[in-house]
Design a protein around this ligand. Structure first.
Ligand code: HEC
Length: 119
């Protein structure tokens, strides 16, 4: 079998695999606006309001945690949330390299904690 033929077969064989594993659009690095970054990047999974729901009120598939549940959120430590955000966990992507630790802390204080306080 010619090398060319082998290469074509290899590409054809790999195509469905690549399509299935293609990550959703890679998140951009944090640009300095916490509210905007939450809406542009985090809300896809966590919801604009932090409750893991879309604007129609339907549960988002990759929500993971309802930040508006003040009882549950109150038992969570900032340090754990910083770790999960920087390093990722299961479906939660790692934001190390996109946000610094200080920026994650400010995101938690300014955006995420207030979700729980409003309820
Ligand atoms: C692709 C979906 C997705 C995106 C985008 C995403 N998250 Fe998450 N996040 C998750 C999931 C799923 C979990 C739950 C992980 C677990 O515990 O298994 C989670 C968990 C968390 C937690 C810990 C909550 C807990 O369980 O106590 C924090 C904090 C968090 N995310 C913050 C963020 C921030 C800030 C952003 C944006 C910079 C973000 N997430 C973007 C899916 C996502």
């Amino acid at each position: 079998m010619s090398l060319h033929r082998l290469a074509v077969i290899a590409i054809l064989a790999a195509t469905p695999l690549l399509a299935a594993q293609a990550p959703k659009k890679e998140a951009p690095p944090f640009g300095g606006d916490y509210q905007k970054y939450w809406i542009d990047v985090c809300a896809r999974c966590h919801g604009v309001n932090g409750n893991g729901r879309d604007n129609a009120g339907n549960q988002l598939p990759d929500a993971g945690f309802d930040f508006t549940d003040s009882r549950k959120a109150g038992r969570k430590k900032d340090s754990d949330w910083v770790k999960v955000t920087l390093e990722g966990k299961d479906k939660m992507p790692a934001f190390k390299g996109k946000m610094t630790e200080d920026q994650v802390k400010k995101m938690i204080a300014d955006i995420i904690r207030p979700f729980g306080a409003r309820h």
